[in-house]
Design a protein around this ligand. Sequence first.
Ligand code: GZL
Ligand code: ZN
Length: 351
Amino acid sequence: MKWVAKTIKEILFGHVGACIMLLCIVPVLFIGHRLYRGFEIQVEQRPAESEEEDLIVVGFSQLGSESGWRTAHTASIQQALTKDAGYFLVFNNARQIQENQIKAIRSFISQRVDYIVFAPVIEDGWDTVLQEAKEAGIPVIVTDRMVNVQDDSLYTTWIGMDAREEGKKAGRWLEEYLEQERRQSEEINIIVLKGTIGSTAEIGRTKGFGEIAVQHENWHILDSVTAEFTANKAKEVMRKMLRHYPEMDVLISQNDDMTMGAIEAMQEAGIRLGEGGDVIVISFDATRDALELVKEGRINVDVECNPVQGAYVDEIIQKLENGESVEKRYVVEERVFTKENAAEFLNDRTY
Ligand code: GZL
Ligand code: ZN
């Protein structure tokens, strides 16, 4: 009997035991990881029948969580579409991957949600999945960025901003600033940090600023590179830009997160910012952190893009529920912030 105990001990704690343990643990880890990753693009399931009978079930496909602006946009919709307000919100974060958004929309369709709300990461590539939603009789509310579809009956309405006007505001501000600095005839070298290529914000801001820039033969856009609306990518891209273009006079950064990353890179390089500095900094979004820098004069101007769109979505769904007609477009109002007015808006800036 002793040898039996010895053998068992040997198996459990010896070389063989270690191999068996490994063989047991690895698959569990793998499955766990798969499940977790699988869960990442899984969409939270709709509520049990009893719980939801009188709730309006809304599937919300958010493009990502890349910026402070995006966080505020998500919060705005989650705070408007609450259970108390009569909604059951099924949320998915696509991590800036269009395929994940398409999967989430298909999941909403199969769950037979009452409405689909989505912020498209880029403008193209939605015709097929929106056709499926239309055939399922589910109204689609596009929010923030826009879709570029052949048939605009594929979505009920769009709530967003006028990105092209935002770009023109930046250009007009630069015209005025250069004039008051008596630099309107100087050769002005401009670098552009673009957002996600093909997104409404990137397309509009690039186009709008370009329409002003083209009127000034002494303005030179030396380079335009995307940093995907994120601070980390912008810091990396800006380091390279500073090496290539030491003669840069103006930075156009298409969102505040990228501006923060670019500022870090410029400070590392000993560049003086904003007023009286080496580089004029023009940003977009006007989030709280950036408005602080506008107030300090390190960002010269910040063109607002308003993420607070949840109330619009709620109002539109209520109208649709009551059989009322809705507009095809709702453009949110937006301002321009400089050192002169940033402070008065800082206090009530929630994001
Ligand atoms: C603008 C929005 C942009 C913001 C960025 O409407 O789509 O996406 O400007 C965000 O901060 O990442
Ligand atoms: Zn020139």
